[in-house]
Design a protein around this ligand. Structure first.
Ligand code: EPZ
Length: 431
C-alpha cells in the first residue's frame, strides 16, 4: 500500500494548476444516463473516484472514450471524455459497486427517469457520519415514484413516468438536490425544488442539463424551478475547477509560507473560505488566471469557523482549516454542523503535536509554535490531506499512510506540491 513521505519546513512557491472538481464531475457523469446521445465532459480530473464511477456506469451500458492528448497539453490538462448511454442494459446497481462510493447511489434518479425503474443498493454509512438517503427517496416519491426497500436495495418504479411536483427539503442536501434535478428534467409537468443546495456543483449540473435541453431556472438559489421535457440530447460541457482543491492548497501555503498562484482557480466558488484564510493572516489576490496566495508562514491568527452549506465555510475544508489553526497564535474554535463524525483527523493531528479538545460538535484548538513530524493515518479523503498540509509545516519527517483516500480526490498531489518546493514523495511497498 502506498504512503506519502514528507520532510516539513519548506516554503511553497510557484504555480499549482487546479483540476476539474471531483464533486462536479461525478454527478455530471451520472447525468449521461439521461440521454441516448453523447455527453462530452471537458476538464475531467484523473481520480480514483472517477474511475470507480466509470465501472459503475459501464455496468448500466454507458460507453466512455477518452480523447488523446493535443499539442500543447500539459500533464495536468484535464481530460475530455465522451459518455454514451445509447442503450441502458441493466437498471440494477449492485452492492459490490455502490458500497465503494456513496455518490454512485445517485444513478437511481436518471435510471428511474429514463427507464421507469431502478434497483440500487443502499450506500451504507461511512467514516464521516451516518449519511442517510431519506431525503433523496422523498424527492423521488414527490415526483410519483413508488419506492420500497428490500434486502438492502432501493427498488424504485414509475411505470407511467415521473410527474412534476413540489419537493421541499427539510435540510439542505447536495445529493438530494442533484437527485431532484435529474428526476425532474424529464418528468411530466413542472417541479419546484425548495430549500435546494446552492453549491457550485449543483449549478454546474444544472448548466450541463440545460445544455442537454432541460429547462431549469434558479440553480444556485434555494428555489429551483424545472419544466419537464420529453427527452434530452447530447452536449459538451466543461467541469468547473475544484474549489476544495483550491482551498486545500491555499491553506498549505498559509501554513508553510510562500507565494503560489492557484492556476485556473475561481475565487467566487470558495464562498467564505478565502475570507477565513485571509483573516488568518495571508494575502489573497484574484489574478486573471487564478487566485494567488502569499504568506510568511508565521503569525497565523486564530479564526473561529463553523461549517455551513454554500456560501458558508465548506465541511470539505474543515479538516484542512483545523491543520492551519494548529499553528495559530492562540485558541480557535471549529464547529462542524454538516456531518456528525467528521473529526477523525483530530487524533492524528495530535500525533504531530497539535493540541485539540473536542466538545460535542466543536473542536477547540490551542495553536502551537511548532508541529513535529510523525507517522499518521487517515480515515477519509479530506482528513488525509489535512495531515499532508500539517506535515508540510511540521519539523522533520511525516509519513501519511492509507494514501488511497487521497487518490480518490486529489490529482497528482505530490507532483503539484513538489513542483512548488515541497519535499514530498510517494513510497510504494514492494509487493
Ligand atoms: C456531498 O455529499 C459531497 N459529496 C460531500 O463531499 C460534501 O461533504 C457534502 O455534499 C456536503 O457539502 C459529493 O459531492 C460526491 P449532503 P452529500 O446530502 O450530497 C444529511 C468529499 O469529501 N442528509 O449535502 O452526500 C447528511 O447526513 C465528500 O468530497 C440526510 O439526513 O451530502 C448531512 O448531514 C464527503 N438525509 C447533510 O444532510 C439525506 O437523505 C448534508 O449532506 C441526505 C443527506
Amino acid at each position: 500500500m502506498d504512503r506519502i513521505r514528507i520532510t516539513g519546513g519548506q516554503k511553497l512557491s510557484g504555480i499549482i494548476p487546479i483540476s476539474g472538481a471531483k464533486n462536479a464531475a461525478l454527478p455530471l457523469m451520472i447525468a449521461s444516463l439521461l440521454t441516448p446521445e453523447t455527453l462530452t465532459l471537458e476538464n475531467m480530473p484523473r481520480l480514483a473516484d472517477v474511475r470507480q464511477l466509470n465501472r459503475i456506469l459501464s455496468n448500466h451500458g454507458v460507453d466512455h472514450a477518452v480523447d488523446g492528448k493535443r499539442p500543447g497539453d500539459a500533464p495536468h490538462t484535464g481530460e475530455t471524455v465522451h459518455f454514451s448511454a445509447r442503450n441502458i442494459v441493466d437498471t440494477t446497481a449492485p452492492y459490490e459497486l455502490v458500497s465503494k462510493m456513496r455518490a454512485s447511489f445517485w444513478v437511481l434518479a436518471p435510471l428511474l427517469a429514463r427507464m421507469g425503474e431502478a434497483k440500487v443498493s443502499l450506500p451504507g454509512g461511512c467514516a464521516i457520519g451516518t449519511r442517510p438517503v431519506d431525503f433523496l427517496l422523498m424527492a423521488l416519491e414527490r415526483l410519483g415514484a413508488q419506492i420500497k426497500i428490500e434486502n438492502g436495495y432501493v427498488i424504485a418504479s414509475a411505470a407511467k413516468g415521473l410527474v412534476g411536483g413540489v419537493i421541499d427539503f427539510p435540510k439542505i442536501t447536495v445529493g438530494g438536490t442533484h437527485t431532484a434535478l435529474m428526476a425532474a428534467v424529464m418528468a411530466r409537468g413542472d417541479t419546484m425544488i425548495l430549500n435546494a443546495a446552492c453549491e457550485p456543483e449543483v449549478v454546474d449540473l444544472a448548466n450541463c442539463l440545460i445544455a442537454m435541453g432541460a429547462r431549469i431556472r434558479g440553480a444556485g438559489t434555494p428555489v429551483i424551478e424545472v419544466e419537464g421535457v420529453t427527452s434530452l440530447h447530447g452536449a459538451r460541457h466543461a467541469v468547473l475547477p475544484d474549489r476544495i482543491e483550491t482551498g486545500t492548497y491555499a491553506m498549505a501555503v498559509a501554513m508553510t509560507g510562500g507565494d503560489v498562484l492557484l492556476e485556473g482557480a475561481r475565487a467566487d466558488l470558495l464562498g467564505s473560505a478565502l475570507e477565513m484564510i485571509a483573516e488568518s493572516g495571508s494575502d489573497i489576490s484574484i489574478e486573471d488566471n487564478g487566485v494567488r496566495i502569499r504568506s510568511h508562514g508565521g503569525d497565523i491568527e486564530p479564526v473561529d469557523v463553523s461549517t455551513d452549506p454554500f456560501p458558508g465555510f465548506p465541511t470539505d475544508l474543515q479538516a484542512q482549516f483545523m491543520a492551519l489553526m494548529t499553528r495559530a497564535n492562540g485558541v480557535s474554535h471549529i464547529t462542524e454542523t454538516i456531518f456528525e463524525n467528521r473529526f477523525m483527523h483530530v487524533q492524528e493531528l495530535a500525533r504531530l503535536g497539535a493540541k485539540i479538545r473536542l466538545d460535542g460538535d466543536t473542536a477547540i484548538i490551542e495553536g502551537q509554535p511548532q508541529l513535529t513530524g510523525a507517522p499518521v493515518m487517515a480515515t477519509d479523503l479530506r482528513a488525509s490531506v489535512s495531515l499532508v498540509i500539517a506535515g508540510l509545516a511540521a519539523k522533520g519527517d511525516t509519513t501519511v499512510h492509507r494514501v488511497y483516500h487521497l487518490d480518490r480526490g486529489f490529482e497528482r498531489l505530490e507532483e503539484k506540491l513538489g513542483a512548488c518546493g515541497a519535499q514530498i514523495e510517494r513510497v510504494s511497498d514492494p509487493g
